[in-house]
Design a protein around this ligand. Structure first.
Ligand code: AMP
Ligand code: GLY
Length: 422
């Protein structure tokens, strides 16, 4: 089979490595992929949002199955365009990807169908948003409606900070049209859990839960990033909470999307907070999370391509989604300075025996050598029987990988381990 994967990060590398385990796979094209992904796939320089280019390539090369991994092509209708050409795809159509593409949509969906989430107000008028903030309780959370590269959320400790966030989104257009509308919502507290689940609109089959580490520095300090590391499973996600989430969040979300005529087929990401009042939805993503995928897929026992095709065919009910026993940890090796400014172009050395454990996020090939080209450079993963062993093994691998200006957090998994050892 000829497969095509749209995207260029560590998540796509993890998806590609897992797809390759299926013996029917002859070749995988990565559009555009990156210098590290080139080890496992044929990288083609067509951008992830070049829908016409992707579709034309898929047709010309008689691709049998396509996986659209990132949010922007999904929201732009990449799956719709490929399906129109008769190419079976993994990923939601645009009318369902809106669950991530518009926070106003997802908040209104949750309200309409009684799915637990933070209380909120929506504003398309800046004056009204600012007036509301005069009396709103703080801390409060200001969110741009549309996609904003994961940067459209501001946790404001004071009313002034909240007003500044509204001004930067609505007046200064920091996120362009994504900030034309804002959601101002209640600040919730509690541990966060990510759950990635397959759904074909008829059933929901979650994979192992995970915990992201979003802040740049140890101790959850510093700026918000795309994610500095992950562990799975998430110890806060107990059997009881999992059951509650299935009944109160996962199935109601699937049914709500069906009810709205927006059946979601693909991987639905539930960003949850386990509040004192029970689990609530912080956000939905219409795709695999990054870097959650880098710990979740290594713990997936089932064949990924088989599960994806079952989702596409609407036969997920008959397909096992089995999770391996054990734990996994992924440490992101970044460029010093990320997520602000950083230098790139430094050569990366990865020992041969570690190639399988490394998911390349931001690296390019230059004169045949792998060099850093992004803020997040590598995800280094290990799986083991216990979380302690997985974390230690992942850090032992990190210590054997070299590039100048490398930076990584030293405390990935510390919080999860503290829970486990309580
Ligand atoms: P998001 O981009 O929606 O995942 O938000 C980024 C981060 O902001 C989340 O992972 C949470 O840590 C935090 N966050 C978002 N919404 C809330 C909320 N209502 N209360 C507290 N923290 C929040
Ligand atoms: N790790 C969070 C996300 O993929 O959006």
């Amino acid at each position: 089979m000829k497969l095509l994967v749209v995207g260029s990060g560590g998540r796509e590398h993890a998806i590609i490595k897992k797809l390759k385990e299926n013996r029917d796979v002859d070749v995988i094209f990565a559009l555009p992929g990156n210098g590290g992904i080139a080890q496992d796939a044929v990288c083609v320089p067509i951008g992830a949002t070049d829908i016409a280019g992707i579709t034309a390539f898929a047709k010309e090369n008689a691709v049998d199955y396509a996986v659209v991994a990132p949010d922007d092509p999904l929201v732009l209708g990449c799956v719709d365009a490929l399906e129109k050409e008769g190419i079976p795809c993994f990923g939601p159509r645009a009318n369902a990807a809106i669950i991530e593409g518009s926070k106003v949509f997802s908040k209104n969906l949750m309200k309409k169908y009684g799915i637990p989430t933070a209380r909120y107000e929506v504003f398309d008028d800046m004056g009204k948003a600012l007036a509301y903030l005069e009396t709103a309780p703080v801390p409060t959370v200001v969110k741009a409606d549309g996609l904003a590269l994961g940067k459209g959320v501001v946790i404001a400790q004071t009313r002034q900070e909240a007003k500044d966030a509204v001004l930067s989104m609505m007046r200064d257009k920091k996120f362009g049209k994504s900030g034309d509308r804002v959601v101002i919502e209640e600040f919730l507290t509690g541990p966060e859990v990510s759950v990635l689940a397959f759904t074909d609109g008829k059933c929901v089959k979650p994979m192992v839960s995970s915990m992201d580490h979003k802040r740049a520095k140890d101790g959850d300090q510093g700026l918000n990033t795309g994610g500095m590391g992950t562990v799975a499973p998430n110890p806060y996600y107990t059997e009881k909470i999992a059951q509650q989430c299935m009944e109160e969040i996962f199935l109601p979300t699937m049914r709500a999307m069906n009810e709205e005529g927006r059946t979601f087929c693909g991987c639905l990401y539930f960003g949850l907070m386990i509040t004192p009042d029970g689990p609530k939805v912080i956000e939905y993503n219409c795709r695999f999370g990054d870097p959650e995928t880098q710990v979740v897929l290594p713990l997936l026992e089932s064949d990924l391509l088989t599960v994806m095709q079952a989702v596409t065919n609407g036969t997920l009910e008959d397909c096992d989604v089995t999770v391996k026993k054990g734990c996994a940890a992924c440490i992101i090796m970044a460029s010093e300075g990320y997520p602000a400014s950083y230098e790139k172009g430094y050569e990366i050395t990865i020992p041969e025996d570690l190639q399988d454990s490394v998911y390349v996020a931001g690296a390019a090939l230059k004169d045949g050598k792998l060099v850093t080209s992004g803020g997040r450079v590598l995800g280094v993963t290990a799986a083991a029987d216990t979380l302690r062993e997985a974390v230690d093994a992942a850090y032992a691998k990190v210590d054997r990988i070299r590039f100048d200006n490398a930076y990584w957090r030293r405390d990935i998994g510390a919080r999860a381990l503290a829970v486990k050892e309580d």
